[in-house]
Design a protein around this ligand. Structure first.
Ligand code: ATP
Length: 302
């Protein structure tokens, strides 16, 4: 469905994408992850045919995204990070306008508008002007609009960022349902959400792909246990000592909170309490865990 070969993008002299290549196929949810400024929106806008790459080949469903934009629009739905609307319209008018752009029959537009606005939770607000919608309501309308043409590929740029916890949960439930019938390519910072719904992960950092893997494979590759512990106070000396330990694979520290990726749990359980005790700090919490997507992400991009 998506084929990218050696795609680069330069903004003047700044290299935002540095030769990304990947091929993905089939229905399901593909999580596109990266830090702020990693190049996610740039890549997504190129995939949607809205931005010209500096070099490289991009095809969606066999279509050249630069040359075959009209055909591309027929099979793609796109929800930008900050969706824009004609705000003087009501939600209902907007959906009808979008339906007309796709040259759908009036009856089809009416049916789809009702179903989509209901599914996206804004049916009640359909006759209110979009200018009065909250950020979350605009995100919901953006999703409804992106589904008007029943796309094969749905691209979502940070779809849950403007939503409250209830809205986030509803959006994720919708994505879970939608991914059975289409490919969903979704960028997000909320790794906990991505972990719940993505079947495949692509991580990008400084314009380069640092990891591409199906979720199951990712979990079986990063099996080494993680110890999370908190101290009563930050101890820089302890961090230094832990970094020198052969059994520590990786360490993430935030003030007095630690996450240790360890090679050997038996040695770690014997050594760690002693080292904490020597540091003079008090142990506040201690937990042995399997690595989450966030742990893996932090290891990859640090
Ligand atoms: N129009 C532009 N002109 C110049 N630089 C740009 C432009 N758009 C993006 N950039 C730069 O390219 C880099 C990648 O930006 P992009 O928006 O793709 O990142 P992102 O991963 O989507 O970030 P975020 O998660 O913060 O939305 C950033 O350093 C950004 O400042």
């Amino acid at each position: 469905m998506i084929y990218c070969e050696n795609v680069t993008k330069k903004y003047n002299s700044f290299q935002a994408l540095n030769g990304i290549s990947f091929t993905i196929e089939g229905n399901g949810c593909f999580g596109f992850l990266g830090r702020n400024g990693a190049g996610k929106t740039t890549a997504i806008r190129i995939l949607a045919g809205l931005l010209k790459p500096t070099s490289g080949i991009v095809k969606v469903n066999g279509l050249d995204v630069e040359q075959e934009k009209e055909k591309l629009a027929e099979i793609m739905g796109y929800l930008p990070q900050h969706p824009a609307f004609y705000e003087y319209m009501t939600g209902n008018e907007w959906m009808h306008w979008v339906g007309q752009l796709f040259r759908l029959e009036k009856k089809t537009v009416e049916e789809r508008t009702e179903n989509l606005l209901k599914d996206c939770g804004i049916w009640e607000a359909r006759n209110r002007k979009i200018s009065g919608y909250s950020g979350g309501m605009k995100q919901r309308l953006g999703l409804a609009q992106a589904l008007m043409n029943r796309p094969k590929l749905l691209i979502l740029d940070e779809p849950v960022s403007a939503l409250d916890p209830v809205g986030r949960h509803e959006m994720l439930t919708m994505i879970m349902k939608l991914k059975e019938d289409m490919m969903i390519f979704m960028s997000s910072h909320i790794l906990e959400d991505v972990e719940k719904i993505a079947d495949h992960i692509i991580m990008i950092d400084k314009g380069e792909i640092v990891l591409s893997s199906c979720m199951q494979e990712l979990k079986s590759t990063y099996t080494s246990p993680v110890i999370r512990f908190s101290l009563s106070e930050a101890k820089q000396e302890l961090t230094k000592v832990l970094n020198e330990q052969e059994w520590v694979m990786d360490i993430q520290v935030n003030m007095a909170d630690y996450i240790l990726h360890v090679k050997d749990m038996t040695i770690a359980s014997a050594q760690l309490p002693k080292l904490i005790s020597y540091s003079g700090a008090m142990l506040v919490s201690y937990q042995v865990d399997t690595p989450s997507l966030e742990d893996i992400f932090l290891r990859k991009v640090r």
